[in-house]
Structures are given as C-alpha cells and as structure tokens.
Design a protein around this ligand. Structure first.
Ligand code: ACO
Length: 335
C-alpha cells in the first residue's frame, strides 16, 4: 500500500455497480405459499417481486459481481485497490466473506473485512470507509453491500417473508486532495429496542465428553415486530436527516435525491413528507427487489447512475435503518 500524504483529504465517488440473482419470486407466487395476496403486499409495502438466490449463489459471488461492475465504471487497475469493506448480515462464511471477494477480484493489495449492521450496514460501511480514506491510510476502496436474506426468512411467516429479497451493490470511492464529496454523516444505535428485529443464534446443547457441554451453532429465522420497526423508521429517519442538514448547513431543498433504505414504500413516502422533499426526488426500486438489506442503497444508487437520473455533482441524502436497532444518514455529492 502506497502511503499518501495530503494536507486535507476528501472523498470522491468514482463508480457504482450492482448484481441481482435472475430468479424472480412474484407476490402471486408467494400467495401460493402463505395466506396473502398481490393486492395486500403491494398496497402495504409497494413490493411486487423480489430476487431469490439460486442454490449455487452466495453473498461473496453476488458481492464480487457488483464490485466488478463498480471497478469497471471507475476504470481502476484492480491491483490499486487498498481496501474492501463488505456490509452483510448473511456471509457465506461466518469468519468473513470479504476476503473471498478480494480473492475473486484478484485485488491482492487490498485488505478486506466484513461489517455487520443489518439494513444500516451499507451506510455504516460507507462511513467507516470514508473515515479510513480521510485519515490518509488508503487511497482506493470498495464498499460492498450484499445480503441473501432468503436463506434466513421463515417462508411460512406471512408478516415478514413478503418483504425480503437478495442482491448486492457496490461503490468505488477514492481519496483526493482536491475536494471532499463526503459532506457529512450521523449514526445511531438503540440496543434497547433490538428485540423488534432479530436473526438470533439458535444453539443446541450437546456434549463433547461426559461432563463437558457445548452449544452447537446455528440460526433461527428472522423475527420481526413489523409495526414497531415501521414506527421507529418513520420517527427516527427524518430526525437524523434533519440534524445532518443543520450540522452541514444544508437544507432539504438543496438535496437532489433522497435515497433511503428500501424497506417499504410507505416509509419512504412518510419520511419524504416529513422532510418536505417532493416525491420525484425520492428514488425507489423496491417494487422490483423488495428489501435486500445491506444491498438496497448501492443497488438504488447504481440504477440511478446508469439510467442517468443521478448526475455529476448531484447532492444525495441517504439513510439506512434497521435491526440493532440502528440507523444513520450521510450527505454526499456524486463524483
Ligand atoms: N398478507 C395478508 N395479511 C397480512 C400479511 C400478509 N402478508 N401480513 C400481516 N397480515 C395481516 C395481519 O395478520 C393483520 O391482521 P389482523 O388485523 O387480523 O391481525 C393485518 O394484516 C395488519 O397487520 P400489520 O402488522 O398491522 O400490518 P402493517 O400495515 O403494519 O404492515 C408490514 C406490515 C408491511 C410488515 C409493516 O409493518 C412494515 O413494513 N414494517 C417495517 C418492517 C421492515 O421494514 N423491516 C425491515 C427493516 S430493515 C432490516 O434491518 C432487516
């Protein structure tokens, strides 16, 4: 890793990428499994369909494919990448899936590690990575968000299984001494309310020898109190964004795009209303993908970059929220 010595280091956004599995599960199809309907799901969430990983897919593969397209957009030599942070709650290796992405890419000069913060994961990873760049430790970094929640959903629980899908997204970001496009951030956790959304370990008692017991590892499916998570999101997200606007001397009318974690269209609409951000500035693709956890924000950014909605120097306010409970916000300028 080449050491950089800038007086003042900022962050520049150089590329985006994404990947979703090709297997589509529609609302109609879910209603063959649980007592629900396309009409109920659409009207309560805005979701029409979601992607489900094929059995041979995993988080590292999805993350790798998303990362590769971000690198291509950034036009980077892969050997110049210094850091890869993978936000995921569903690694295919509990010891970390980021090293596998590093190996698949051949990014042999990069340090790579996982970061877990559920649906806030991408935002927390973006903030963490930006701080590494601004501190002068690294020059080029990939921030990847990838999740395969289909493996951990209770497909018999109609209150939660309708929400989630699989996917990955990535941003290529770089340190620069010319400007700083990472304008500001804030992040919060309230573990007291963590019981509203969990993917808890499920351990079975077993013994190694007669008087030495141990707990074998495993996980229970996602447990969610949807109403409490909903109330949490529509209350806390506008507060943290409003605080961030004040802290950075911005206001909601200076924002070109609001990109929220894609959990539920009603949450997006309610946050937009509270911040007085018009609907045309609130990006949404959850109709096609549902809630892909750590992947939703980069997946949305990549779609909007590639269809030319987001342009160079556009101001993006973004917020992630979810299990923990955790939430955060960042204000960035694209480019
Ligand atoms: N189909 C038909 N009926 C349903 C379904 C379904 N899929 N799910 C629930 N119902 C029923 C309930 O049983 C209930 O019936 P009842 O009144 O007879 O008891 C009724 O519909 C209303 O249920 P609510 O839970 O009040 O429905 P609500 O309007 O709150 O919508 C939803 C539920 C969509 C889950 C909503 O609460 C929500 O989106 N919450 C946020 C969840 C979220 O975003 N979680 C992820 C966070 S990110 C992360 O970290 C992973």
């Amino acid at each position: 890793m080449e050491e950089i010595k800038f007086n003042q280091i900022g962050v520049s956004f150089k590329g985006s990428g994404s990947y979703v599995p090709d297997q589509i599960l529609t609302n109609e199809e879910i209603s063959q499994k649980v007592d629900t309907s396309d009409e109920w799901i659409k009207s309560r969430t805005g979701i029409s369909e979601r992607r489900i990983s094929r059995v041979e897919d995993n988080v590292a593969d999805m993350g790798y494919k998303a990362a590769l397209t971000a690198i291509e957009m950034a036009n980077w030599d892969i050997k110049t990448i210094d850091l890869i942070v993978l936000a995921t709650s569903t690694p295919n290796d509990l010891f970390g899936s980021a090293p596998s992405i590093q190996a698949k890419l051949g990014a042999s000069n990069a340090v790579a590690f996982d970061l877990t913060a559920a649906c806030s994961g991408f935002l927390f990873a973006l903030i963490t990575t930006s701080q590494f760049l601004k501190a002068g430790n690294f020059k080029r970094a990939l921030v990847v968000g990838a999740d395969q929640l289909s493996s951990f959903v209770d497909w018999n629980d109609r209150r939660s299984c309708i929400l989630f899908g699989d996917g990955a997204g990535a941003l290529a970001i770089e340190a620069t001494n010319e400007f700083d496009n990472f304008i500001g951030f804030d992040m919060r956790t309230d573990g007291e309310r963590g019981c509203f959304l969990n993917l808890p370990s499920k351990n079975n008692e077993d013994s190694i020898i007669d008087n030495i017991q141990f707990l074998s590892g495993g996980f229970s499916p996602i447990q969610m109190n949807g109403q409490e998570v909903y109330k949490f999101a529509v209350k806390e997200v506008p507060i943290i964004l409003d605080k961030l606007f004040k802290k950075t001397n911005y206001s909601s009318d200076k924002v070109d795009w609001l990109i929220l974690h894609q959990a539920n269209q009603r949450i997006l609409d309610s946050v937009g209303d509270r911040l007085r951000i018009p609907k045309e500035k609130i990006l949404s693709n959850l109709e096609k993908y549902g809630n892909t956890s750590a992947a939703t924000i980069p997946l949305m950014i990549d779609e909007a970059i590639r269809n030319h909605s987001i342009k160079q120097n556009d101001i993006i306010a973004t917020s992630g929220f979810g299990a923990g409970l955790s939430w955060g916000a960042a204000l960035i300028k694209w480019g």
